[in-house]
Structures are given as C-alpha cells and as structure tokens.
Design a protein around this ligand. Structure first.
Ligand SMILES: Cc1cc2nc3c(=O)[nH]c(=O)nc-3n(C[C@H](O)[C@H](O)[C@H](O)COP(=O)(O)O)c2cc1C
Length: 355
C-alpha cells in the first residue's frame, strides 16, 4: 500500500542510483529478518527440468547482477530468481546514464552492458552465501566479457561456467543482450551449438545443472525455428523468451527517451515476447520448457504467456513499477485465473492457446 509513496521518492532519483540504493537497503535488512517459506498457491508448484519450483513467477536476470541477495527474493513472493548476468571478467559496463524510465508507457530502456564484478569474485561471495540454501531455486545467467573477441566466446562462457555452475540450480546462456557488441550473433545455430557443446564438455565435481538459452524478441520466425530445432537436437533444458528489444514500434512517436539506445522492456514488449513464446512452443512441439518474460505486470499477463506455452515466467520491469508486493500479487492473481478458467493445475494450461 505504501509503495506508491516509496516509488515517488525512488523515482526522484536517477534510475541506477535508485536501484543501487534499493539493493543496499535490502542487503542491510536481510540478515535481520527470519528466513521465510516460499510463497505457494494451490496448483502452481511444479518440477521443471528436474528442479522444484514452489511457484512459477521468478525474478528476471539483471536485477541482482552481482548475486548479492540470493536469500532475499523469496520474501517478495518470487518462486525462483535468476542472478547475473555475470561475465568471466569484471567489467564496468557502458558510460552512465544508461537506464531510462518511460513511466507513461510502463517501460524502461537500458544499455548497461553487463556491468558486474566478474565470475571469480561473484563465485567466492555466492558460495559463502549459499552455505544456507535459499528457499527458492537460483538460476545463474552467464554472458560474454566485452574484451573477449566474439570468436573466443566459448572460452569466456566456459570460464564463468566452471566457477558458477556448481552453485546454480540452472544456468542460462545469455546470447541475447543488445548491449554487448556482436553478442546476439551468437544466436545463430552454429555458434550456439558450439557454446552448448563447450559447456557440456566442462568437467564439474557435481552433476551439471540444467542449461537454458535466453533469446531476443527481435529474431525472425525462421531464426526462432532454427533455435527450437537446435534446442531439441542438443537436449537443451529450457528456453527463456525474451530479452529486451531494440524495436521501438510499441512506443508512441513522442515518447520520452524513445531515441535512447538500448533494450526496451516492460509493457511495450509484452505482446512480442508472448508471440515468441508461442512460436518456440510450436516449433519445439512442447518438448522444451519455456520461461516467458516480457511485460508481466499482472496475473493475467502471466496467464497469457502460460497459455502461449510458458511453464515458468519472470518479471523485471513490472517489479520496478509494481513494487515489493507485485510478485506475490501476480502469483495469487494467476492462481485465480487458472481456477476461473477451469484448470486444476498450471501444467494443464501450458500451451493451450499456442495456436
Ligand atoms: C535494467 C535492466 C537490466 C537487465 N539486465 C539483464 C541482464 O543482465 N541479463 C539478462 O539476461 N537480461 C537482462 N535484462 C532483461 C530482463 O531480464 C528481461 O528479459 C526483460 O527486461 C523483459 O522483461 P520485463 O519486461 O519484465 O522487464 C535487463 C532488463 C533491465 C530492464
């Protein structure tokens, strides 16, 4: 109830300052609070790629880039959290300012460029923090360091993977950020197959975690079809659809910050990401779990993505605009939507409107 006031105060600050402040405050408060049980709801818990999810609404990558708060996210009602993007080398990202609020459109544009502390220091801190397992699954999202030439991407992903995979319930290969030059070219199937094979060849002490690939919303249907075919052929554990878009068609011509370079997220991305989910689901024949992300602000938004073929969903921009109560609210609304539509369990609804 208080969030509209808190948001007004936070929105007076430059977006990245507000974000850092929120992360710092959460870091201080977290150790003082008792560990909470995950937010569940009847018909929403499920096992996906061998991992148990208490509910299907996760925190999307990019919010906790340095994996500072693995225990915090379940408190907001999230059923899982994807940390990162983390790259092999620490890197500062692009010059500031690099996050822009488009409040009238319930959207953000960012060109952060994978600012993060690098796999070595993140792994060190995270392995200490994970001595106590969080209440929810933790995914780790890996990207390529900017200084590494695109031809050597495999090595870079493998370096991060070796250190971070043992800490993760699943690992995401991020080849879809628009803010690292050339990165999205790794979505072509030959390059992607190379990365997958290289990661699978890395020897870990424990069993390898499920491997997911996160795709861009700006791919043509043919490219999506090729990625789906590769995912089936290589036995990829899941696809995440989608990252932010370079398109501005969802924004009115005069929208504030419309011409800033970077990836657009939030409400204007919603329909396109649902479309990508539908296309991937059709091409995978439902064989590969899909994590739907893009413009989720309500249970109805999440339900649309599930009907299109998503088994799990994530939110980022909706969490910024909706505040701390929004993930739990989305979970509860989703439970009501499923019930009203006559589905006893979430799994029964997956892909029912895939077309
Ligand atoms: C400020 C910001 C930073 C992001 N950073 C990352 C990132 O590091 N890695 C990643 O895979 N996606 C990143 N994303 C994309 C989100 O994970 C998500 O795919 C996208 O924003 C669409 O979801 P949304 O509309 O709920 O925000 C970022 C998004 C935003 C807004």
């Amino acid at each position: 109830m208080l969030y509209p006031l808190v948001r007004r105060a936070l929105f007076q600050l430059e977006p990245e300052v507000a974000h850092e402040l929120a992360i710092a405050l959460l870091g201080w408060v977290d150790p003082l609070l008792p560990r909470s049980a995950p937010h569940g709801a009847a018909g929403l818990s499920q096992d996906v790629f061998g991992v148990h999810f208490p509910n299907p609404v996760g925190l999307a990558a990019g919010f906790d880039k340095n994996a500072r708060l693995p225990h915090v996210w379940s408190r907001f009602g999230f059923g899982f959290a994807e940390l990162g993007t983390i790259t092999a080398r620490a890197q500062p990202g692009n010059p500031k300012p690099r996050i822009f609020r488009l409040a009238a459109q319930q959207a953000l544009i960012n060109r952060l460029g994978f600012n993060n502390q690098g796999a070595v220091s993140v792994a060190e801190r995270l392995s200490a923090a994970l001595a106590t397992r969080p209440a929810i699954p933790i995914g780790i999202n890996l990207g390529k360091s900017k200084v590494t030439p695109i031809e050597e991407a495999n090595r870079d992903y493998c370096d991060s993977y070796r250190r971070l995979a043992p800490l993760a319930d699943y690992v995401t290969i991020n080849v879809s950020s628009p803010n690292t030059p050339g990165l999205r070219s790794l979505q072509n199937t030959a390059a992607l197959a190379d990365i997958i094979d290289a990661l699978r060849a890395v020897e870990l002490d424990a069993a390898a975690p499920p491997l997911l690939v996160k795709v861009a919303p700006d791919l043509a249907d043919d490219d999506l079809r090729d990625i789906a075919a590769l995912a089936v052929e290589r036995g990829i554990d899941g696809l995440i659809a989608t990252n932010t878009t370079l398109e501005r068609t969802g924004l009115p011509p005069g929208a504030r910050h419309r011409d800033e370079a970077g990836g657009l997220s939030g409400a204007p991305l919603r329909d396109r990401s649902t479309e990508v989910i539908r296309t991937l689901f059709a091409h995978c024949g439902g064989r590969i779990p899909i994590v739907g992300v893009g413009g989720i602000f309500s249970g109805a938004d999440a339900f649309d993505k599930i009907l299109a073929g998503a088994q799990l969903v994530q939110m980022y921009t909706g969490f910024i605009y909706g505040g701390p109560a929004s993930p739990g609210r989305v979970v509860d609304e989703l439970a009501r939507q499923l019930e009203a539509a006559g589905f006893a369990h979430l799994r029964d609804a997956v892909g029912q409107r895939a077309g």
